[in-house]
Design a protein around this ligand. Structure first.
Ligand code: ZN
Length: 322
């Protein structure tokens, strides 16, 4: 279902409707000027932030929707509203923040201003400090809409001055129905993809359409072979091609551990290949599996958080010491 409330037909996802209404309700009932909208699993929070910006800028008295006909709505639809500052962490610096503060103060009583910053968890400490000052003493008619994917690393000083809004992921069965309107894979394949993507329908769709999904099958065969020969180093060539394959391997090993512990099927991730995993169970020792799982998680963390790492050596170290 497309979001019909705007002149530009930007993509809209139906599960955002309820959350959009809740947030607008909140704006209508309480006076606040800064919100952090966070969601761990995908970027649909950015879509929601944009829709909220449009509603705040609209001059009509509609309770939920922006009108699409006032001059502000038309300017927004054409990306020409001059007091809408959409900022990405990668292009933000102290000077830019200062320039915006000057700009915003100049028009403080005339127009609604929106300062919308994407991925605030990636801002440097000095930019956060500059931002804090303006959020603490905001110019009138100015709203801050901040989005992030990892609220746990946002400084308390910022969080305490904002409304923190946790975006919910849609129910799994609801997401399956939505995805079945777009792709024609079996339900078990879609459910597996959703579980790998922590419930995000957008990421599940991207995964199913990507080469990574084909590579996952190569990974599964290589893992079975490695278990059969008791030689995890066989996984090195494929793991060295893409960090995401390490993540997929972590989910496979975690399912193996769960099956060894007779965990309920409800809690498994790779539902489409349970029979394949079961075949190799007799070859597995749960303690060795735990060690491999732990090694892989550390490896995944280092590859994503640290630069200048010899990835091949790191993966090799993880696979040898299991
Ligand atoms: Zn309007």
């Amino acid at each position: 279902m497309a979001y019909e409330n705007n002149i530009n037909n930007y993509i809209w996802y139906p599960w955002l409707n309820e959350q959009y209404k809740e947030i607008i309700n909140f704006y209508n009932k309480k006076k606040f000027n800064a919100i952090i909208i966070y969601n761990q699993v995908d970027n649909s929070n950015n879509l929601l932030c944009y829709a909220i910006s449009r509603k705040l800028i609209c001059q009509s008295n509609n309770y939920y929707k922006s009108c699409n006909i006032c001059s502000n709505c038309i300017l927004m639809a054409n990306n020409n509203y001059p007091y809408y500052y959409k900022l990405h962490y990668s292009t933000l610096n102290i000077q830019k923040i200062r320039d915006i503060i000057t700009d915003v103060n100049k028009f403080s009583f005339k127009y609604i201003k929106i300062i919308y910053i994407i991925n605030i968890e990636k801002l440097t400490y000095s930019i956060i400090s500059a931002l804090l000052k303006i959020i603490e003493y905001p110019p009138s008619m100015t709203y801050f809409i901040l989005s992030c994917n990892n609220i746990s690393i946002i400084p308390l000083t910022i969080k305490s001055r904002c409304i923190c809004w946790n975006m919910k992921i849609p129910n799994e069965n609801y997401s399956i129905k939505w995805l079945q309107n777009i792709i024609h894979d079996k339900e078990i394949i879609i459910r597996t993809s959703l579980r790998i993507c922590n419930g995000s329908p957008i990421n599940a769709l991207l995964l199913l359409k990507s080469n990574l999904w084909n590579n996952r099958h190569v990974l599964i065969n290589t893992l079975n072979n490695a278990l059969l020969k008791n030689n995890m180093v066989l996984l090195l060539p494929i793991l060295n091609t893409n960090n995401k394959l390490i993540y997929l391997l972590i989910t496979l090993i975690s399912d193996t551990i769960k099956l060894l512990k007779n965990t309920n099927k409800l809690f498994l991730i790779n539902l489409d290949i349970i029979d394949v995993i079961k075949k190799s169970l007799h070859k597995n020792n749960i303690y060795k599996m735990y060690k491999l799982w732990n090694n892989l998680i550390n490896c995944w963390y280092f590859l994503n958080q640290k630069n200048n790492i010899n990835r091949e050596l790191l993966i090799l170290h993880c696979l040898i010491n299991w």
